[in-house]
Design a protein around this ligand. Structure first.
Ligand SMILES: [Zn+2]
Length: 269
């Protein structure tokens, strides 16, 4: 998301908004102020809070909010560039440049909205601190709040903002921690290592994305079943859940244990 923000930051404010919309009915989450309220205003650039992209207007009156969820993609098209016929959302600048949001698959989950700044602040107030800036002390406090498994903890935007499913897999592998370890059971060294790994992994991922690498290229563990673990060469294993899949190394992360979907085994018991 940070890579997208950096790319868009210098482009979206090039000229005022000529036309905001249309947006897919399932994508647009606000109606007051209307999308058209952006027209005639200039965007100040692209900001980010966790996985949320924010485009405040230069006059400070409004903020365009975009959340890509898991399958959304946002791009800036130069005037005349070939774009998608029916994007989930389109915003056209006066110079002809376009901000275009598309979403793969049938499920429309990506979100677009126009907010007054104070409304957006309230909307995002639940987010935890930014993951890419977390230090061991702060992470330790958050880990101790509640006992839960590490993988869902890392994905929880209320705990830490900015980490999704794929990067949770990358971080835990690099830190050699089990996705099923409990947050309250990490010792001081492990907390230190996890904080450092979160920052390093996200920084490395950002660097790769800025150099133009695709997700598939930026990931070393996620979606790489059977490929060698980058730490120890053991084939990567996975455990499936309804909404996500955990990829992990059964050698250096779980000490030889194969993880099971606990919810399923509970149902079968
Ligand atoms: Zn390994």
């Amino acid at each position: 998301m940070e890579a997208a923000r950096r790319t868009l930051d210098g482009l979206v404010g090039r000229s005022p908004v000529a036309k905001a919309g249309p947006a897919h009915v399932a994508t647009l989450k606000t109606f007051d102020p209307p999308l058209a309220a952006l027209e005639g205003r200039r965007l100040a650039g692209a900001r980010r809070r966790g996985k949320h992209l924010l485009f405040p207007t230069e006059d400070g009156g409004l903020v365009l909010h975009v959340h890509l969820m898991s399958a959304g993609r946002i791009r800036f098209l130069e005037p005349g560039a070939k774009g998608p016929k029916t994007p989930a959302f389109r915003l056209v600048l006066e110079d002809g440049g376009e901000l275009v949001l598309t979403e793969a698959g049938a499920k429309k989950r990506a979100r677009v909205g126009v907010y007054r700044p104070e409304e957006l602040e309230a909307e995002l107030a639940h987010l935890g601190p930014e993951a890419d800036e977390i230090d061991a002390e702060r992470l330790g406090e958050i880990l101790r709040r509640e006992s839960r498994r590490l993988h869902p903890f890392l994905r929880d935007q209320r705990a830490l903002a900015g980490i999704g499913r794929a990067w949770s897999n990358e971080i835990l592998n690099r830190a050699r921690l089990s996705p099923y370890s409990l947050t309250t059971e990490l010792d001081g060294d492990e907390v230190e290592r996890l904080a450092e790994t979160i920052r390093e992994t996200l920084a490395k991922g950002l660097e790769l994305r800025l150099r133009g690498a695709s997700d598939a290229k930026a990931h070393r563990v996620h979606d790489r079943l059977g490929r060698p673990c980058p730490n120890c060469g053991t084939p990567i294993a996975r455990v499936d859940f309804e909404e996500h899949t955990i990829y992990y190394c059964p050698e250096c992360q779980t000490a030889g244990r194969v993880l099971k979907d606990r919810r399923l085994s509970r149902l079968l018991r």
